[in-house]
Design a protein around this ligand. Sequence first.
Ligand SMILES: Cc1ncc(COP(=O)(O)O)c(C=O)c1O
Length: 382
Amino acid sequence: MFTSKLPAVGTTIFTTMSQLAVQTGAINLSQGFPDFDGPEALREALARHVAAGHNQYAPMTGLPALREQIALKIERLYGRNVSADSEVTVTPGATQAIFCAIQALIHPGDEAIVFDPCYDSYDPSVTLAGGRCIHVPLAAGDFAIDWQCLEAALSPRTRLIVLNTPHNPSGALISRDELDRLAALIRERDIYIVSDEVYEHLVFDGRQHASVLAHDELYARAFVVSSFGKTYHVTGWKTGYVVAPPALSAELRKVHQYVSFCGVTPLQYALADFMAACPEHVSELPAFYQAKRDLFCDLLAGSRFTFTRTPGTYFQLADYSAIRPDLDDVAMAQWLTREHGVAAIPVSVFSERPDPSQRLVRFCFAKREDTLRQAAEKLSAI
Ligand SMILES: Cc1ncc(COP(=O)(O)O)c(C=O)c1O
């Protein structure tokens, strides 16, 4: 008998809902990816670099030109001067960066704290490292850190706290004050941070993203992760990066070099070119996605869904209590897909112990205007 190392893990809800959307011909607002393409100049740069023969292994830590661009961006946005050589590592996707950081940190018996609801890769990564994931629920309603719950979850075995801001699925942002409070809480303890900031540029209504990169005390013990897939509308490129102080980066690289060794070479050339040529792309993203959020929310305003406009990410939560309070959210997501032609993600799947009374689904609004209009029309007719 084969003994699974991940007995509780099955096919993810993202695969399930995307498959159901394809089978039923529903509009897919479930999995988080755009239905429009990345910038033309970026795609052209990729074609150019493939044609130019940039098709062999990249350096293990990432193409120097790309790491340099990442360091420049970090200095511009967060005021931190990081070393492109010793603090920036390019990875095949943010998920791989998170996995490597967790493998580097967690020893058998260690505990890692994650805040529920949370992205689904954290827990299996901790389990595979031989650690135990402690799921601390975020506050109901605004998805803020519940400090009492967090303090109660800390133990002498706690080695890692995983942050995610802006937060998937809620869009909630961690504030600078909360980062200060966290720093004070772990000051005397041997605890590290993985800060998943893949939606760092998707922050709305004039708010600022409070990055761990801008926080001296937390950065000293952090791995900060981002994703080019999210930032450049190319999720299928699966390219991301992780920034950490030199000693932590060195440990992360020991894992990364045996998980994948390096990221995809021509993608890195293309991203480096595009970042150098279009630094304004990232500062234009908030307005770009805020317009999509507002279009979607304005169109849903007359529906029976209730919601508060998301402050970040490209996800909008919606409460369906007024529509089918009898359905749990998994059944609701399936009902929406099969009967009303719009696929969504149930929020309960992001939690170890979901609140059974919660009636929330997540819609992805990284879609073309006509897709959002068609989806909103269907949702408003329910
Ligand atoms: C919170 C969060 N972290 C990480 C990722 C994965 O990023 P990547 O596709 O670069 O692995 C996602 C993608 O949905 C996400 O929502």
